[in-house]
Design a protein around this ligand. Structure first.
Ligand code: TRP
Length: 489
């Protein structure tokens, strides 16, 4: 996952106010409508930026919504910023957030709601599907395993084409997993582990190959870091990833800076993607502007390429039709909307996706954690004492101010960060439910809740540290060597 607080702001570009628009789609062409919609979006943003009167903003938003409906009627597609109708034929997704919605893109996550981002709304906005009970049940049936707690508790909450992956698997055909990380520092925090913990479970459950991309190139392009720093972070982060327990015979980890130059097939796929995505499209999806360096504009193709099995001939023996499943945090979805849009046009299957919610900062669920703020997160290098202090001192509490009030009115587990963390890490469903009830009724005090969390985290982090110590340079090298895995394709 990426860190928050990056410099990138993609939706707040300030543009001229436009004239009031006529109503109705009438006999407007898709292009006319597209242009009106774009300028109306700008109008809404300008009004908001300038803190105009609420009535004016509401009226402008109403008109925007109406134009969106008209556009859909006329074109059969959803309107997408920066992506004119003729170029959007295959895509059904929306671009960056608008209209004061939660902000979620690969560089920013923010919301004003203490419970966190409204994930149901994100599903609608991104055009993905909810992971409902029926899908969780089906995963259990098909795999013969109890669903991981991240599935049982809605932490992985959204997907694209997971049913299709299960259909494939039921026909005894294989698929593979792809996930990744942008190595922007040495210090991983617990939030960074979420996709890896879940990916490990998927690998064990379905017994399939896994590729892990470390985008040191991405971090070099976006952050003020040297290439050497980024590559060093890659090698250090790889140790933490390996410590999650991946099977060396089934897992290939790679640095973009190394693998791009080493694998002709990988680079060919990057170029194929680059040829099939226009600047307009990446502008619409990622909000790139004229002063962004060209490396950023070209980068999404590099994150797309591992979604295609032909990028790894040593594993898939040149096969280009092996279905890919990508577990990731929802902020990475823009990359894969683009990938899915391109895939059929270059003759590859679309990757399927499983999306997770964000791991909240200790201070609350308004944002995800930042590796640059030591107090916003529990790091994988923290000592038991540091964990205890951080939780006690910084974990946002949904409890009442005094013990008397707390006993009388109860606490609010929905905004309580200690409780949220327990939903990520406490395995036992019944214990978790009892804690929730006791906290809400006031029987359990904040200090006691925090103690439960501390007792859950300390052994988890300590054993991670022990496993990491076992990971030698030699082991890292083995994981990162392009080689066949234990599967015949
Ligand atoms: N861009 C991601 C990050 O900054 C890293 C990444 C690359 C990734 N490929 C991925 C994450 C696939 C999830 C799935 O963290």
């Amino acid at each position: 996952m990426t860190d928050t607080g990056a410099t990138y702001t993609c939706v707040l570009t300030k543009l001229k106010m436009t004239d009031c628009l006529g109503d109705g789609a009438g006999d407007m062409t898709p292009m006319d409508l597209y242009e009106k919609l774009t300028s109306q979006g700008d109008t809404v943003r300008t009004l908001k930026t300038e803190k105009a009167a609420k009535a004016d903003i509401d009226a402008a938003v109403q008109l925007l919504l109406k134009l969106k409906v008209d556009y859909k009627q006329v074109t059969g597609q959803d309107y997408k910023t920066g992506c004119p109708p003729s170029e959007c034929a295959v895509s059904q997704d929306n671009g960056p957030a608008a209209d004061g919605e939660d902000m979620v893109d690969p560089w920013n996550v923010s919301t004003t709601n203490a419970k966190g981002v409204d994930y149901d709304k994100l599903i609608v906005r991104f055009g993905s599907s909810k992971i409902d009970q029926e899908l969780v049940d089906r995963i259990e049936r098909v795999s013969g395993q109890k669903a991981h707690r991240f599935l049982r508790r809605g932490i992985f909450f959204s997907h694209r084409d997971m049913h299709q992956v299960l259909d494939t698997y039921e026909k005894n055909k294989s698929f593979y997993l792809y996930t990744g990380r942008g190595p922007s520092s040495d210090a991983l925090h617990m939030g960074h582990l979420i996709p890896f913990i879940f990916t490990k479970w998927l690998q064990d459950t379905f017994d399939i190959p896994l590729v892990i991309q470390l985008t040191d190139d991405e971090k070099y392009l976006w952050k003020d870091l040297s290439l050497e720093d980024c590559h060093r972070y890659t090698m250090e982060n790889a140790k933490d990833i390996i410590a999650c327990g991946f099977d060396i015979n089934k897992t290939f980890i790679f640095s973009d800076l190394d693998y791009m130059g080493a694998s002709p097939d990988f680079y060919r796929n990057v170029v194929k993607v680059q040829k099939h995505v226009t600047f307009n499209q990446v502008k619409g999806i990622f909000g790139f502007g004229d002063s962004d360096c060209i490396g950023k504009i070209a980068f999404p193709a590099i994150q797309a390429a591992p979604s295609f099995s032909s990028s790894f001939p040593q594993i898939f023996k040149g096969r280009k039709d092996v279905q890919c499943l990508i577990p990731c945090a929802i902020d990475q979805d823009p990359y894969f909307r683009m990938t899915r849009d391109v895939a059929p046009r270059i003759g590859y299957p679309k990757p399927a996706l499983l999306h997770s919610t964000f791991f909240p900062a200790l201070q609350g669920a308004q944002t995800k954690m930042s590796a640059s703020d030591a107090n916003s997160s529990i790091f994988l290098t923290d000592t038991p004492k540091q964990i205890k202090n951080k939780v006690n001192k910084h974990a946002f509490s949904g409890g009442k101010d005094t013990v008397e009030e707390h006993r009388k009115y109860g606490g609010n587990p929905d905004v309580d960060v200690s409780f949220m963390y327990l939903t990520f890490f406490l395995e036992d469903d019944e214990q978790l439910e009892k804690i929730r009830q006791d906290y809400a009724s006031g029987a359990l005090l904040t200090g006691e809740l925090k103690k439960r969390l501390i007792e859950t985290l300390q052994p988890m982090i300590t054993s991670h540290q022990e496993r990491r110590k076992q990971v030698t340079e030699e082991t890292v090298k083995q994981f990162m060597t392009p080689r066949p895995l234990n599967y015949s394709f």
